[in-house]
Ligand binder design. Sequence first.
Ligand code: ZN
Length: 166
Amino acid sequence: MKVEIRRSKRRRKTVQARVVDGKLIVYAPERIDEGRLAEIIANIRKRVERRQLQGKLNKEVDLAKIAQSLNRRYFSGRLRFKSIEWATNQSKRFGSCHSREGKIRISHRLAQMPHWVRDYVLVHELAHLEEPNHSPRFWKLVNRYPYTERARGFLIAKGMEENESL
Ligand SMILES: [Zn+2]
């Protein structure tokens, strides 16, 4: 992403930025420490790029649709959820499920993994809609998906864990 820095004498402390035609325009005070400015820009850029990637993934891969077919196949279609979306702010965790709200979020890192791994994560999070804990009943549900053990090994090798607090 291209960056253009616009300096202003009137601007005292704050740095602001916006994206115009795919370019990041940064408004900065005239006398700001260069190292500090570079750091601020790097952070803004990371945030903007994450948001863009999230939007792109959600447009390209309809997780809710995939989840619906997994729901039919492994849960006899009985699960209800509100939203299932890609998220770019969880790179260590593979997914999360707010069972009360019916909201599931899946890490963007899964987008680069084999589909059977992504689908395992979907089944895992879907099962949490019924079983918030990793109880024997939970694993009984998840193990209906045939690649469960293989996918868990795969994710452990990638250093991804689940957020257990949800
Ligand atoms: Zn879990």
